[in-house]
Design a protein around this ligand. Structure first.
Ligand SMILES: Cc1cc2nc3c(=O)[nH]c(=O)nc-3n(C[C@H](O)[C@H](O)[C@H](O)COP(=O)(O)OP(=O)(O)OC[C@H]3O[C@@H](n4cnc5c(N)ncnc54)[C@H](O)[C@@H]3O)c2cc1C
Ligand code: FES
Length: 251
């Protein structure tokens, strides 16, 4: 883990409220793996004080990218960064996905900005079939940036399947009956909880990237506990996660 001052290359708006911030960092690019995250000091002043956690969305050569939507002060400041601005970044943080084990098809499931870690995972996966299911409230909530073989679900049916992304998975489940699949997921807790139930009940390999409010980002403040499936035990999302086996945690 290290901090570095990273120059911004560009900030691109790719959807009504979805941005990609690309920055030049050979150091982070060579150290980070899919599913890990970075803690960004979004401003050079002391406000906002706390760093903000963001998944690493892609690594292309010496460039790293973050995908975010603008909803608070930190993400507003990030959306206004320009070429040449510098961001102080703490990285690499967390554990990341385990994606090199034995299975045929990687099924990535993202709820809204839960899509953020998957372009990098897509880039790194070799010799696996990829299916990506992205869900949102409506078509403005979803993007296929950096993804492959994408199917959408939306609550209002404005694009793709009408319903949520777990219902979309269940509706497509027959397509996977002849191959061994592993699910990689990220998104809001209610979605992850429904997915966890489905995968545990059906004995499907599934990794879940969880989200919560964080302060330090590396296991010191104890501010990000999540219950373990083992009685009287808990994990820290920032240090032991954010990625967990679906069977290992209580959501
Ligand atoms: C490991 C990890 C990876 C993340 N990766 C991404 C990513 O790739 N892209 C992305 O857009 N966001 C990601 N997030 C969430 C992101 O860190 C927060 O949305 C961000 O801190 C908001 O900062 P802000 O100052 O704009 O909003 P704030 O002013 O801090 O919050 C604005 C509103 O958003 C709510 N909020 C803040 N954080 C969260 C959260 N984690 N989950 C749900 N609601 C929240 C607050 O309660 C408040 O209502 C990640 C979070 C974690 C823990
Ligand atoms: S954010 Fe401090 S321990 Fe996890």
């Amino acid at each position: 883990m290290f901090t570095s001052k990273v120059p911004v290359e560009s900030v691109e708006k790719i959807q009504e409220n979805i941005f990609i911030l690309k920055a030049f960092s050979p150091q982070i690019a060579s150290a980070i793996k899919p599913g890990q995250f970075c803690n960004l000091k979004v401003s050079e002043t002391d406000f906002p004080l706390l760093r903000r956690p963001f998944s690493i969305s892609d690594v292309d050569g010496d460039y790293i990218s973050f995908m975010f939507n603008k909803h608070g002060e930190g993400t507003r400041i990030l959306s206004e960064k320009r070429n040449g601005d510098v961001i102080d970044i703490l990285a690499p943080l967390g554990n990341g996905f385990t994606y090199e084990d034995d299975y045929d098809t990687a099924v990535m499931i993202g709820g809204g900005l839960g899509a953020a870690p998957f372009p990098f995972l897509t880039r790194r996966l070799k010799n696996k079939k990829i299916v990506t299911l992205i869900g949102g409230r409506n078509e403005k909530d979803v993007t296929d940036w950096g993804l492959k073989n994408v199917f959408y679900s939306t609550d209002d049916g404005s694009i793709g399947f009408k319903g949520n992304v777990v219902e979309l998975l269940i509706s497509k489940f027959n397509d996977f009956k002849d191959s061994e699949i592993k699910i990689f997921s990220c998104g809001p807790t209610p979605m992850l909880k429904a997915l966890q139930k489905f995968t545990v009940d059906n004995n499907i390999k599934c990794e879940i990237s969880t989200e919560c409010s964080m302060a330090c980002g590396f296991g010191i403040c104890q501010g990000c506990p999540i219950d373990s499936a083992e009685k009287d035990k808990y994990y820290l999302v920032c240090k032991d996660g954010p990625v967990f086996d679906a069977e290992a945690i209580v959501l």
